[in-house]
Design a protein. Sequence first.
Length: 95
Amino acid sequence: MVDASKVKQNIAKMTNKARSSLGTGKVQPHKHCRVCFTPIKLSAEPRVCGDQACIDKNARDERNEKQMKIWMLAFLGLFAFTLVGGPVLRTLGIV
């Protein structure tokens, strides 16, 4: 049988150990590169390391995200126009 109190004690001991190791500052605060995930400084903007391949890939990704947002807005506008515009034009007697 499993002793519940012993399990609780072990869990408390493990969490205390984890909390104490976080407080010692063994790992410096940092960010990670968006492309290769290597640690970089907190002040790095954009969030990429100094490698040229990472910089180029990040620029391409940002450009693709911007284009995707534009296309999504265009399709949403078309959908909204066909959904709302048709009945409105019919009630006005234009179509």
